[in-house]
Design a protein around this ligand. Structure first.
Ligand code: BYC
Length: 317
């Protein structure tokens, strides 16, 4: 008991001195569990996040936009893979994590439970959703767990490209015909509030934040990141000539930040409980895709087994 107490103190001092924790280092069990929870939720978000956008690949308005969207969706798959691998370094089993997603036990980002009903939604997702994801992930590049932090560095580079592709779509629409401008405004109206919910509950209602900040898993709180995102995004909306759907949004000279209206927290909790507009469809699509891919996993495993056998025989010879 005394020993584990001092181990925890040494761990905290090590983290406070800005060292990275690596897979073989001693760590408190709760640190390990918190990371597995957060990293696996993050991985699931990347994978489920492919669905609302892949919905538009066949309907992209030009070959160029189709190629860009396809590349972006493939990047998300890659991000999911880095993140599942990072969770595996903590002893998590990939099959268990994926089963938890498919049975609805594991969470993934609330944002992917909203429908993508027009091409302008591809713009709004890239601009706002990837913009919010970057704000969060730039902070996570400095997270205390080494493998997670290194995965984030690479992911952030790709997310910047995603954000640009979204903003470019918004620019074209916002400078286009009255119908195109209306499409862009409609997408902003629908994606604004869900995007600012992505940062999670208010700090005072966030059960995990205090401990995660102490362990330097999180470097900034949910509310700090949300405010940063809003401050950065309002001028971008102004540049597009679009209106953010919040009558209470106002620059505050004193604080040097934008004040904003009340978030509908009831909606947020309903969505994360599984009752959002598309939760059921997303999980059905994910399960179907997983089943349809069974033969690929079997083939890949058969090849890996054959290779291992061949090497073993080669070594023996
Ligand atoms: N959606 O105590 P809290 C992307 C849960 S972007 C669903 O503050 P924490 C992408 C939270 O898990 C998105 N659930 O938690 C972009 C907790 O539940 P449990 C992925 C949410 O962990 C474009 C409870 O509410 N990014 O991938 O300290 C295209 C209380 O919250 C949400 C990440 O996952 C939400 N929005 O802070 C494709 C970033 N917010 O587990 C893909 C990594 C909160 O206790 N994650 N909850 O049952 C994080 O930074 C943190 O986990 C959060 C939440 C800031 C999200």
């Amino acid at each position: 008991m005394g020993e584990s107490h001092s181990l925890e103190e040494r761990f905290q001092a090590y983290v406070d001195a800005e060292n990275k924790i690596e897979p073989k280092d001693w760590m408190p069990e709760r640190y390990r569990k918190t990371l597995i929870r957060q990293i696996s939720q993050h991985a699931h978000s990347e994978v489920v996040g492919m669905l609302p956008e892949s919905n538009w690949i066949t309907r992209a308005p030009s070959l160029r936009s189709k190629l860009i969207l396809l590349a972006k969706v493939q990047d998300e798959a890659g991000h999911g893979l880095y993140l599942y691998s990072a969770a595996e370094t903590l002893g998590a089993d990939r099959k268990d994590m994926i089963d938890d997603l498919h049975t609805g036990k594991a969470k993934y980002s609330s944002i992917f439970n909203y429908p993508t009903i027009s091409w302008a939604d591809m713009g709004a997702i890239g601009w706002l959703v990837d913009g919010a994801a970057i704000a969060n992930q730039v902070m996570l590049c400095r997270t205390s767990y080494g493998p997670y932090s290194r995965a984030m560095v690479r992911i952030c580079k790709e997310e910047s490209f995603h954000q640009r592709q979204g903003y470019e779509i918004m620019m074209r629409l916002a400078k286009g015909t009255p119908e195109q401008i209306a499409m862009a405004q409609d997408a902003l109206n629908r994606w604004w509030w869900p995007s600012i919910m992505m940062f999670g509950p208010r700090d005072e209602d966030s059960p995990n934040s205090a401990q995660s900040m102490k362990w330097k898993i999180k470097r900034k709180s949910n509310d700090e990141l949300r405010q940063e995102f809003i401050d950065k995004t309002v001028p971008q909306a102004e540049f597009l000539g679009l209106t953010i759907p919040d009558p209470d949004l106002k620059w505050n000279e004193e604080t040097g930040h934008y004040d904003f209206g009340e978030i509908n927290w009831d909606e947020f909790y309903q969505v994360i409980k599984g009752n959002g507009p598309c939760n059921k469809q997303r999980l059905d699509d994910r399960r179907n895709a997983h089943e349809a891919g069974e033969w690929v996993r079997e083939a890949a495993n058969a090849y890996a087994e054959k290779e291992a056998q061949r090497r073993k025989e080669g070594n023996a010879a």
